[in-house]
Design a protein around this ligand. Structure first.
Ligand SMILES: [Fe+2]
Length: 238
């Protein structure tokens, strides 16, 4: 795609809301024929690769962020560029392929961006549960924090194959709900906003935990960044 001009933006596009809270930055190339094309970028982590030790090891974090997440960013940029080409050429023969690629890689980019922010080293608040509004909302929706934790843990452990367990804020009624996602995007609902997620793809834990996904999920609770989750909750409500 030929670029006529480039504009850096901070809001008003898909993922902009998440970008504001996850530190994602986006730029748009605008082509008169194809329309706007966002340049998705790999966000920096708010901590070092080794800082989530011993719960998540440094090698896993480095590979997960610099290789796996990077591949989703590149895949999303590629898919959207191919769709822009299709718009200018009028050839939509691969529309199904590139649409699927957008969903897969876009889901991966968005959820990993959320995932990094939902964790913190214990020295920086990870695992600390202060009296944030999200805590009351969890109790309202699930009966108790322990019941929420049990349901979320069970959902994460039971994801079939690769995927996620996600806590969503549902805009219809203000409820918090737990959903699974297979791969990065399947089993999604609508009009809900993910505010907490755990990646249970094997690439997220296999070096340290091998096939013991439950051990990884149980360890992960020690580094949940509740301050950040509360901020996502407050943003989703607004
Ligand atoms: Fe992942």
């Amino acid at each position: 795609m030929k670029t006529n001009r480039r504009t850096f933006i901070g809001s008003g596009i898909a993922l902009a809301g998440m970008a504001a809270t996850t530190g994602l930055t986006s730029a748009q190339d605008i082509d008169a024929k194809a329309g706007a094309l966002t340049k998705h970028v790999l966000p920096n982590l708010p901590y070092g690769y080794s800082e989530l030790e011993p719960f998540i090891d440094a090698m896993t974090m480095e590979l997960h962020h610099s290789k796996h997440h990077k591949a989703y960013v590149d895949g999303l940029n590629k898919a959207e560029a191919e769709l822009a080409k299709a718009r200018t050429s009028g050839d939509f023969s691969l529309i199904q392929h590139w649409s699927k690629q957008c969903a897969f890689h876009g889901g991966g980019h968005a959820l990993h961006s959320l995932f990094w922010q939902c964790m913190a080293p214990q020295s920086k608040g990870g695992g600390t549960m202060d009296a944030y509004p999200i805590m009351n909302a969890i109790i309202t929706s699930f009966g108790s924090f322990e019941q929420f934790k049990k349901q979320f843990t069970a959902a994460a452990i039971a994801v079939e194959g690769s995927g996620w367990a996600l806590l969503h804020y549902r805009k219809d009624d203000g409820a918090l709900i737990i959903l699974q996602a297979e791969n990065q995007h399947k089993l999604s609902s609508w009009n809900t906003v993910p505010i907490l997620g755990i990646d249970v793809w094997e690439h997220a834990y296999y070096l340290k935990y091998q096939n013991k996904r439950a051990d990884y999920v149980n360890a992960w609770w020690n580094i949940v960044n509740w301050k950040a989750v509360n901020a996502f909750y407050e943003q989703a409500k607004s």
